[in-house]
Design a protein around this ligand. Structure first.
Ligand SMILES: [Zn+2]
Length: 96
C-alpha cells in the first residue's frame, strides 16, 4: 500500500527566525502549547509557539505550512469548541 502524502497548500517557512523581542538570531525554540487558544493556533498550522532562550520572550510566530490535514484539524477543532460552547450554555441555563 502506498503511503498517503500530505498535500501542502501553502508553505512560508523562514530560513532563520529572529526573536521579536531582543532581535537575536538562532535563539528561538519551539514551546509547548499551554492553553486552548495556543492549541488552536498550532492546529491551524499557521502559528507555532516559540520561546527565546536569551530574553525569555514567548509567543506565537507564523510558520505557515498549511496542509489539507491542518485545514481539516482546524475545522474539526472549531466544531469541537462550538459543541463545548453550546454544552456550557445549556448547563448554565439549567442551573440558573
Ligand atoms: Zn529574545
Amino acid at each position: 500500500m502506498a503511503v498517503k502524502q500530505t498535500k501542502i497548500i501553502l508553505r512560508l517557512d523562514p530560513s532563520y527566525k529572529k526573536c521579536p523581542s531582543c532581535g537575536e538570531v538562532n535563539v528561538l525554540r519551539r514551546s509547548r502549547t499551554k492553553n486552548i487558544f495556543e492549541s488552536f493556533l498550532r492546529f491551524t498550522g499557521i502559528y507555532k509557539m516559540y520561546r527565546c532562550r536569551k530574553c525569555n520572550w514567548r509567543g506565537p510566530l507564523s510558520t505557515i505550512v498549511i496542509t489539507m490535514q491542518s485545514v481539516k484539524n482546524a475545522i474539526g477543532f472549531a466544531f469541537f469548541l462550538l459543541i463545548i460552547y453550546f454544552l456550557i450554555g445549556i448547563v448554565i441555563k439549567e442551573y440558573k
